[in-house]
Each structure stands twice: as structure tokens, then as C-alpha cells.
Design a protein around this ligand. Structure first.
Ligand code: MF3
Ligand code: CO
Length: 259
């Protein structure tokens, strides 16, 4: 089975991830105490459609919304609601698009107002885990090289890695081979080859790694109720350095302007 994409396919994945990246920045503009996750969801859907794409998650295995909004002890797959976000909360916003037959998929964990230093550190380390993973997303290495460095950085900082949910290839399907776990052994797993497009998405818990699924059939939460952070970017495997298809630069610009 050939996992590498053609440059034409990569171009379509790039268009999707450009919209995903900009949608997350539109959401960033609305982030403040009092906003509801449903308001963020509506804005994201509007922006995606205005840009000629469709929400990639809406209807996916029956998922009811455009965004996954996972607050505090929610890890991923939180369903947007009419409840207000409050000062001190954190929220993972995961966004997907579908356009020209391909998907886009990325996520960012936002802070609402003043967040405790402990939780700020969780977010910082989780983002570092993603960056370290991306540095290993190069031709000739293996998935386990990404997995192991993500796990090591999380655990070195006293955190734990969610096992049940993993990163993934992306293309004409949102979830393709290979699986990209956030834990593993250096030198193990499928080989990374130029042209493969993968989503790396560390889900890092402040406390124990144990999770459960809420009664809503979607929201994944930590068993101990402690917070969890999540960042996701899509990259192309290249010879010496991964090429990012999605980016946090638009979000960072928005957050710099308002803070
Ligand atoms: N970004 C999520 C993932 O990679 C996709 C969630 S799609 C949903 O698992 F529709 F299931 F929410
Ligand atoms: Co994903």
C-alpha cells in the first residue's frame, strides 16, 4: 500500500489546512470569558463555508458539529454547548475541513483569561511535544521516533500520555494509515517516506493517563478530573525537514494583538 501523496494531492491538502489554520485564528478572536463553545462553533462553520470548504467533522460518524471543543478535563471530541467559558478555563479547539475531495484537521488549546501557572505549563509542554514530534517527521525515520520523543518530553515533565487516541495519516479520508501514537519506541513502527502526510496530535494529561467517554457518546475526559491539553498540525514528510501544511501563525498573531 502506497501512503505517499502526489504533489497535486498535497496541494489540495495544503488548501484545506490553510482554511483550518485561518478558521482557528477566527475562533481565537472570539476567545474570552463568557463566550460559549456553540458561538465559536457557529463562527467556525460560517468561516469555513465562506472560504468554499465544508466542515470536515460535521456528520463524520454522526458527529453533530463543526468543532470539537474540549474544556479542562475534557481531552478531545467535546461537543460545543451553550455554556459560557470561564476565566481560568482551557479549551482544545479541534477543527476539520473538506474541500476538493480532501480533508484538513488541526487543533489548538486556548486559555481563557488568567490560567494558573501549572496549567499554563501543561499547555506549553504539550505544544513543545508537538514541535519535537514534527522535528522527527522526516524521510527515513519511523513513526516510533515521533511517538517516543513526544512521550519522553511529556513524562520528563511529570505528565502522562493518552493511549487510546492517536495521530494519523490524512488525505481523501480524515483518518488514514499510519497511526501516529503519542507513546512508543524509537526506531519502531512504519517507515516515514517523503510525500506522506500525517497529523501529529499529542493529548497530554496533567494527572493520570486514564480516560473515559461521557454519556453523550463523544466527549473524552480524564478519569481523575485533572486538565488535559491537545495540539494538532498536519505535516508532509520530506527529506530533511517536515513541511507544515497547517500552522499556528495566524492564531499567534491574533493572540499577540489582543493580549
Ligand atoms: N481531529 C479529530 C481526530 O483526529 C477528528 C474528530 S472528528 C469527529 O480524531 F467528528 F469525530 F469529531
Ligand atoms: Co486528527
Amino acid at each position: 500500500m502506497i501512503l505517499a501523496k502526489t504533489e497535486e494531492e498535497i496541494e489540495l491538502l495544503r488548501l484545506n489546512h490553510e482554511i483550518v489554520s485561518k478558521t482557528l485564528a477566527e475562533v481565537a478572536r472570539l476567545i474570552r470569558p463568557g463566550v460559549t463553545t456553540l458561538e465559536l462553533d457557529r463562527r467556525a462553520e460560517e468561516f469555513i463555508r465562506d472560504n468554499g470548504a465544508k466542515p470536515g467533522f460535521l456528520g463524520y460518524h454522526g458527529y453533530p458539529n463543526t468543532l470539537c471543543t474540549s474544556v479542562n478535563s475534557a481531552v478531545v471530541h467535546g461537543i460545543p454547548k451553550g455554556d459560557s467559558l470561564r476565566d481560568g478555563d482551557i479549551v482544545s479547539i479541534d477543527c476539520g475541513t473538506f474541500m476538493h475531495g480532501f480533508y484538513g484537521d488541526s487543533a489548538y488549546t486556548f486559555m481563557i483569561g488568567e490560567v494558573s501557572p501549572e496549567v499554563q505549563r501543561l499547555i506549553k509542554v504539550t505544544r513543545e511535544c508537538l514541535e519535537l514530534g514534527i522535528n522527527k517527521a522526516i524521510d527515513g525515520l519511523r513513526v516510533g521516533d515521533i511517538s517516543s520523543i513526544v512521550q519522553q518530553h511529556a513524562e520528563d515533565n511529570g505528565y502522562s500520555v493518552v493511549r487510546e487516541l492517536v495521530g494519523h495519516g490524512i488525505g481523501r479520508n480524515m483518518h488514514e494509515k499510519p497511526e501516529v501514537p503519542n507513546y512508543g519506541i524509537r526506531g519502531n513502527g512504519p517507515k516515514l517516506v517523503s510525500g506522506m502526510v500525517i497529523c501529529i496530535e499529542p493529548m497530554i494529561n496533567m494527572g493520570s493517563k486514564q480516560i473515559f467517554q461521557e454519556q453523550d457518546g463523544w466527549t473524552i475526559k480524564t478519569v481523575d478530573g485533572k486538565p488535559s491539553a491537545h495540539f494538532e498540525l498536519a505535516v508532509v514528510i520530506r527529506k530533511n525537514k517536515a513541511e507544515q501544511l497547517s500552522t499556528f501563525k495566524y492564531i499567534d498573531e491574533v493572540l499577540k494583538a489582543v493580549n
